[in-house]
Design a protein around this ligand. Structure first.
Ligand code: NAD
Ligand code: UDP
Ligand code: UDP
Length: 318
């Protein structure tokens, strides 16, 4: 429903040309807000936001969050950071800089403007978890020196910075720990399991299952996730997070392969490849806190969410 003019905000979304950022922007514009998207287009694309070019309340600026940014906004969603292992491992030093320097700059901006700031953190802060499902109290099991560390430790340090700005400067912060999310506008070659399996199925290529395929993940449809982010941002100041956002229904990667093939109506052979280093065995969010504090629960079952996702990739491939 359109908001009244006096409740319209000017909102900054960093990483807004990416998968989640572009959906968040669609949602914020629908709510009647003005949106400023900044992105260095490292993994995001202009195609994700091209439908917004003529929108009167949308603005795009090419900018790298590791550099300071001076402008005036009412709220900040900090999403800028490559999210898939092949992308964040491409230039690991830049990944840590994006998480850490990016957080410092956006927190400095929020401090000067005295505005709310939300951090897109990740389930990766739990590493290869020894506690299952993961609650927000769990401190995690992260390798500090492995190939995933630039992302995991970068995001952990960003959380530290958010809570120190909160304690030291009284900043209104929101930290969302996002679990695996999928949907249209995922990067087709980001190497993530959902995009890989769908693209392989559509191209008639073998489905690449890493390890024995018994490792688990829980997949959240993008619309559900965006709803959670918006609810978190609008929650009272006392709700800082960290708060898990994800779909708790757990699948093995073998089950996912079968589901993708069934929903795509295709058959491809499944081949097994070695499991990457530090690949977490299992991951499932405990979302009691989000349900209690935000009244949020994801609505879209994986089977149903795969349909628009497969349709999107089909349109990209053709
Ligand atoms: P994405 O790669 O599609 O989007 C990230 C965006 O950030 C891209 O548009 C990229 O160009 C931009 N970016 C990267 N470095 C930047 C920099 N230095 N300056 C400015 N822009 C920069 O990934 P996504 O899946 O949309 O993820 C968005 C956020 O959500 C990320 O912070 C990610 O860590 C977090 N997250 C995503 C998931 C998921 O399943 N998709 C899970 C957990 C956390
Ligand atoms: N910063 C920014 N935009 C602003 C305010 C600050 O990009 O509007 C950056 C600035 O580069 C600074 C960082 O945010 O290095 C942290 O700001 P803060 O005020 O916390 O620290 P200080 O400037 O005291 O180092
Ligand atoms: N995976 C797989 N085949 C692929 C890509 C990934 O079996 O082609 C597995 C991967 O080893 C991991 C799971 O799927 O166990 C999820 O991987 P993804 O990179 O999507 O996310 P993350 O590991 O960050 O949760």
């Amino acid at each position: 429903m359109p908001r009244l003019y006096d409740s319209r905000k000017r909102i900054l979304v960093t990483g807004g040309a990416g998968f989640l950022g572009s959906h968040l922007i669609d949602r914020l514009l629908k709510m009647g807000h003005e949106v400023l998207c900044i992105d260095n287009l490292f993994t995001g694309t202009k195609q994700n936001i091209e439908h917004l070019h003529a929108h009167p309340r949308f603005e795009f600026m090419r900018h790298d969050v590791t550099f300071p940014l001076y402008l005036e906004v009412d709220e900040i969603y900090n999403l800028a950071c490559p999210a898939s292992p092949i992308h964040y491992q491409h230039d690991p030093v830049q990944t840590t800089k994006t998480s850490v320097h990016g957080a410092i700059n956006m927190l400095g901006l929020a401090k000067r403007l005295k505005c709310r700031i939300l951090q897109a953190s990740t389930s990766e802060v739990y590493g290869d978890p020894a506690v299952h499902p993961q609650t927000e109290e769990y401190w995690g099991n992260v390798n500090p020196i492995g190939p995933r560390s630039c992302y995991d430790e970068g995001k952990r340090c960003a959380e530290t910075l958010f809570f120190d700005y909160h304690r030291q400067h009284g900043l209104a912060i929101k930290v969302a720990r996002i679990f695996n999310t999928y949907g249209p506008r995922m990067h087709p070659s980001d190497g993530r399991v959902v995009s890989n399996f769908i693209v392989q199925a559509l191209k008639g290529q073998p489905i690449t299952l890493y390890g024995d395929g018994s490792q688990t993940r829980s997949f959240c449809y993008v619309d559900d996730l965006i709803e959670g982010l918006v609810l978190l941002m609008s929650s009272p100041d006392s709700v800082t997070g960290p708060i898990n956002l994800g779909n708790p229904t757990e699948f093995t990667m073998r089950e996912l392969a079968d589901l993708v093939l069934a929903e795509a109506g295709l058959s491809s052979p499944v081949v097994t490849l070695p499991l990457p280093q530090d690949d977490p065995r299992q991951r499932q969010p405990d979302i009691k806190l989000a349900a209690q504090l935000l009244g949020w629960v994801p609505a879209m079952p994986l089977r149903e969410g795969l349909r628009p996702t497969i349709a999107y990739f089909r349109s990209q491939i053709s």
